[in-house]
Design a protein around this ligand. Sequence first.
Ligand code: TRP
Length: 348
Amino acid sequence: MDYRLSTMDYKHYLCRMERVVSGVRPTGQIHLGNYFGAIRNYVRLQEQADCFYFIADYHSLTTHPNPADLHANVREVLVTFLACGLDPEKATLYVQSDQPEIPELYLILNMLAGIGELERTVTYKEKASKQQDNLNAGLLTYPVLMTADIILHKATKVPVGKDQEQHLEMSRNFANRFNFQYNCEIFPEPQGFNFGEDLVKIPGLDGTGKMGKSEGGKNAIYLGEDPDSIRKKVMRAVTDAGPTGTNQPLTEPVANLIAVMKAVSSPDTVQFFLDQYAGGSIRYGDLKKQLAEDVVAFTAPIRARMLEISKDDALISRTVKLGAEKARASGSQTIKEVREAIGIKRFF
Ligand code: TRP
C-alpha cells in the first residue's frame, strides 16, 4: 500500500489526499520502540497526508490511572510529539477528551455493536482471562470508542501496529454497518497501514521480545532519559556467553542489541560488530559502550527539545487549543451528518 504522492500528483493533491487518524494512549514516557514504531512515521506522514494525531486519554481510563498521573502523562506525550517534530500547523494534534463529538459518536455506535462480537475481540478475551477483578464495560467497548475516534474524521488510513489490526477491522464493520443501517455513505472504510519497510521494530534490553514498559523500566530507553541512565541500562542489557566459533548465527539477545544499533548507529558501526561476531571475537562490553553512546547521541536533541518545550506552558496550551479547534471543526461536521441520518434533529 503506497500512500506517497509523487510530485507529478501535486495538482491533484487536495482531492487525493488521504485522511490519517492515529492515537497514542498516555501510559507514561515514550520509548525508542514507540518512536521508531509510530512517531517517526507520524512526522513523515504529516508532509504527505491530512493527519489527525491525538492522545487517547479516554481509552486509558479503563485502568483507572490516578488523576495527577493521567494529566502528567497526557502532557508528556504532547511534549514528546512536539519535540519529535510533529507540527500543529501541518497536522491536527489534539487530546481525545477535548473533543465531545467522540463520546457522542461512541454512544451512537454502541447501539450497532453486538455484545457477542465485542466479547470475541482478542484483546478483550485476554483481559477477561487475566484480570477478572476489573473487567469493566469500557474494556468491552474499547473497539467502539476506537471506531468513533477513527470514523469521526472519516479516516481513510490508520497507522497501527499488529496488535490493533482486529480493532481496525471492527471499525470497518461498524462504519459499514452504520452506512447500511441508515442508508447513507457518511463513513469511508478505514484501512490500516504499517509503513512497510519504514517500520523498524525495536526489541527490549532484556534479551527477548519488544521494547516496552516492564518492571522498573529496565527494558526500555525513554526519549527523555538522561545520558547516564541510558548508559547504565545499555551496559546492563542481557547478552550471552559469546559465540563459541566463527560464523555463528546471532543469538536472540545479541540480535536484539544489533537491531537497536541499526536504528541509531551508522551502518559501518553495525557492520563492524557483525564482523566481530562472525569472527568469534566480539567483546560485548565494546558493543554496549558504542551502542550507549549512539543512543545518547540520537536522543540528545529530542531530549533537549523536550526539556525546552516542557517549560513552555504557553506553547503547550496554544498547541492543544489549536488542535481542539481543528478537530472540532471536522468532528462537528460529521456529527451533523450523523444526527441527520439517524433522525436526531433539534426541535429548537
Ligand atoms: N488502541 C490504540 C492503542 O492501544 C490507541 C488508539 C485509540 C488508536 N484510538 C485510536 C489508534 C484510533 C489508532 C486510531 O495503541
